[in-house]
Design a protein around this ligand. Structure first.
Ligand SMILES: Nc1nc2c(c(=O)[nH]1)N[C@H]1C(S)=C(S)[C@@H](COP(=O)(O)OP(=O)(O)OC[C@H]3O[C@@H](n4cnc5c(=O)[nH]c(N)nc54)[C@H](O)[C@@H]3O)O[C@H]1N2
Ligand SMILES: Nc1nc2c(c(=O)[nH]1)N[C@H]1C(S)=C(S)[C@@H](COP(=O)(O)OP(=O)(O)OC[C@H]3O[C@@H](n4cnc5c(=O)[nH]c(N)nc54)[C@H](O)[C@@H]3O)O[C@H]1N2
Ligand SMILES: [Mo]
Length: 671
């Protein structure tokens, strides 16, 4: 028995906040995780309930403790443990065999956020797969519309720091639900409100903040672009646009104005399902308030109009003249604040074919020349999180496909693997992480030794690179050296190292509070904000700021959105969630379908069906149904989740995901 020790750590999981943690460890086990009071002005002792309970994830029944080999039929869950040596030998042999017989492109590495740390992604994994000449994965499941718009318009200019929202007179929370997805904004908004700030929420659901808002615009999913354009048009038309700012600091304002012209308040309100009066109130409030800040989230982007919607929302503060004051402007992702590069880029390797991850199902079932023979899933629970789930499942079931899943828990995807490799969690390996809401950068040492035989990504991919013969052990930088490279790549290596040294194995948190257009300018070549950048044009069918209406074929159906909940991060921790999760819909939509509270219903479209209880609630606007993101198959009656209904259609620019373009019918389930 050893006395409990409190170890400093940081949460690298896919969330804007990047909390500083105090982890209590006893006998090599996590006994408690709390938010650190010091080291981080955002965390301030507050962390989410999921990570507070992470011991159940790290030490729970769903943990993969050893490498496993499939013994029964695919997908039926028959696995036997095998040694790491045998597992690595087998996987390396399959990788080499695929490359030699079918070409490297028959291999597809599939990964997304995972722990979202920087040592566990784009390091030795990139080395292995690029040297094998594997197909490349376009990581499009998230943040493509937001990233493209922010890059083309501002070169990813740093956003308003969340603590600076306390200075705002008006806060607009647009398509994000901080109560679930970034909790530290909630007390900040509350403090600003206590000081008299107004709050507007734009969301099809009455979220925790919408309940308290001065104005809640419950837009139809996918219609934000016309709402923002109507506001822009009105600002110009009523001479409340900041023409001096537009002339001095932007390009493209005339083109933007021209494209906004058709969107009168009345017409936009009709398309977005709003009352024209409330839309006008929003514009008046926005025009009259300064500092005014828009917290733009990712709920806006997950549909066919995502790119134009994000662009129009980012243009709003430029037209309204809201920059240049503390607490005024916008926040989107602040991921651009840290330029991090571990230096494992493909270098001179010839570019291989690229596969859009939103089309995984199609890639596994229909791709030719060569067909995919080996799928290596890590840092992702693909079957739970990728659209067109039934096609993905069909792909995973394909004989002739060899699937490796490298994860810390027995995910839905792992059940379809041929080989499962046990991964460490971020509490068991060294990690470097950065916030994308918070301006933080953390280095955290392992809090506990690896659980079971689990190993970290860095080590496993390095070993596979050696075993496949694509690299020698001597030429692969160590994990420690890679960490140094990452720190140096920020351009602030010395300062960061000094800060780290002062804190032992601690966690530096670098606070920054830039005022947009004062402390930071767009990182575009002319340092101006580009309001109509050609990079965002989607051709004749999808011009920038063009609104793509609902396809007429799905008229009358409900728009199924699948936002994040406070129980999971994407699908991470889904094994700990409740057995049954309801679909939420408005009582009027339920009544029209003869559905009562708690009824077992079938949510369906051409792609699939999900059988769940119905929950009737006025917190969802009419015409919309909600099934959360990140469910596992165990959480519905038929094992399918929202992604069984989500189309694998793409945004015209960038190939981004359109989860919230799912259109469904709901009826009483038979039986
Ligand atoms: N607890 C928790 N935290 C998370 C995550 C998680 O899964 N769980 N995920 C992390 C990740 S990967 C991401 S990308 C972020 C995402 O975090 P958010 O930006 O909050 O994104 P979502 O949860 O997808 O959706 C946010 C809100 O958008 C609304 N919405 C849906 N469609 C539309 C629309 O067309 N227009 C408008 N205006 N609103 C719409 C939804 O009702 C929802 O309330 O959160 C991160 N943080
Ligand atoms: N219907 C619907 N689907 C969605 C969304 C939606 O809005 N609606 N949102 C999408 C969004 S925003 C995102 S970002 C994606 C995220 O989709 P995914 O990237 O699949 O995210 P997770 O489901 O959290 O899966 C991450 C997995 O990585 C594992 N992992 C964590 N750390 C490590 C590590 O160090 N090594 C290894 N080998 N594994 C590790 C975790 O245990 C977990 O199983 O989901 C998307 N899916
Ligand atoms: Mo995401």
């Amino acid at each position: 028995m050893s006395a409990p020790a409190v170890v400093p750590s940081a949460c690298p999981l896919d969330c804007p906040d990047n909390c500083s943690l105090d982890v209590t460890v006893e006998d090599g086990r996590i006994v408690r995780v709390e938010g650190a009071r010091e080291r981080n002005e955002l965390t301030e002792g507050l962390i989410c309930s999921k990570v507070r309970r992470i011991a159940a994830h790290v030490h729970g029944d769903a943990r993969v403790a050893h490498p496993h080999l499939r013994v029964g039929p695919k997908g039926e869950g028959g696995f036997e443990p095998l040694s790491w040596d045998d597992a690595l030998a087998l996987v390396a042999a399959r990788l080499v065999e695929c490359r030699d017989r079918f070409g490297g492109e028959s291999i597809l590495p599939y990964s997304y956020g995972g722990s979202n740390g920087r040592l566990t992604q784009d390091t030795t994994d990139a080395l292995l797969f690029s040297r094998l000449g594997a197909s490349r994965l376009a990581r499009t499941v998230c943040a493509i519309p937001t990233g493209l718009a922010a890059t083309a318009m501002t070169g990813k200019m740093a956003g308003v720091a969340l603590p600076d929202y306390e200075h705002a007179e008006l806060i607009v929370v647009w398509g994000t639900n901080p109560h679930a997805t970034g909790i530290h904004l909630v007390p900040i908004v509350e403090r600003a409100r206590a000081r008299g700030a107004k709050l507007v929420v734009v969301d099809p659901r009455r979220t925790g903040l919408a309940v308290k808002a001065d104005l809640h615009l419950a837009v139809r999913p996918g219609s934000d672009v016309v709402v923002a354009l109507a506001a822009i048009r009105e600002l110009f038309a009523s001479r409340r646009a900041d023409l001096a700012f537009l002339a001095a600091s932007t390009t493209g304002s005339e083109e933007l104005r021209r494209r906004a012209e058709p969107w009168t308040i009345g017409r936009a309100a009709e398309v977005a399902g709003l009352d024209a009066g409330e839309l006008r109130r929003f514009v008046d409030l926005y025009a009259a308030s300064s500092p005014a800040v828009v917290r733009c989230g990712w709920g806006v982007e997950r549909n066919r109009n995502g790119v134009s919607a994000i662009a129009a929302i980012l243009a709003l503060p430029a037209v309204g003249g809201k920059f240049r004051v503390r607490g005024g402007g916008y926040t989107l992702s602040n991921s651009g604040a840290w330029k991090l590069d571990a230096g494992f880029g493909t270098g001179t390797a010839p570019a291989t074919r690229e596969i859009n991850m939103n089309r995984l199902g199609e890639a596994l079932t229909a791709l030719d020349d060569p067909p995919l023979r080996l799928l290596f899933v890590y840092n992702s629970n693909a079957l739970a999180t990728t659209p067109n789930q039934n096609l993905v499942r069909r792909g995973l079931a394909r004989e002739g496909l060899f699937t490796v899943v490298f994860d810390a828990v027995w995910t839905d995807t792992a059940r379809w693997a041929d080989v499962v490799l046990p991964a460490t969690t971020f509490l068991e390996h060294r990690e470097l992480s950065r916030g994308y809401g918070a301006y933080s950068l953390h280095v955290a040492e392992p809090a506990i030794p690896p659980v079971g035989e689990s190993r970290g990504n860095f080590q496993v991919f390095a070993e596979l690179a050696v075993r496949t013969g694509v690299a020698t052990a001597a030429e692969i930088p160590s994990e420690a050296a890679t960490l140094e490279r990452l720190l140096d790549s920020t351009g602030r290596g010395e300062a960061l190292r000094a800060e780290l040294a002062g804190r032992g194995s601690g966690v530096p948190s670098v606070g920054e509070r830039p005022v947009q257009f004062v402390d930071v300018l767009p990182a575009t070549p002319d340092r101006r904000m580009h309001l109509a950048p050609p990079e965002l044009e989607g051709g004749e069918t999808a011009p920038l700021y063009g609104f793509l209406p609902e396809p007429s074929a799905t008229e009358g159906r409900l728009a199924l959105i699948s936002p994040a909940t406070s129980r999971t991060i994407s699908s991470t921790f889904g094994q700990l969630g409740p057995e049954r999760v309801p679909v939420e819909l408005h009582p009027d939509d339920a009544a029209a379908r003869g559905i009562s509270q708690g009824d077992r219903v079938r949510v369906w479209n051409e792609l699939g069906e999900v059988i769940v209880p119905a929950r009737l609630t006025r917190s969802v606007r009419r015409g919309v149904a909600v099934l959360p993101k990140g469910l596992w198959s165990r959480q519905t009656a038929n094992g399918a989740t929202a992604n069984a209904l989500a189309p694998d259609t793409l945004t015209t620019v960038g190939g981004g995901a359109c989860f919230n373009d799912a259109r469904v019918e709901i009826e009483l389930a038979p039986g």
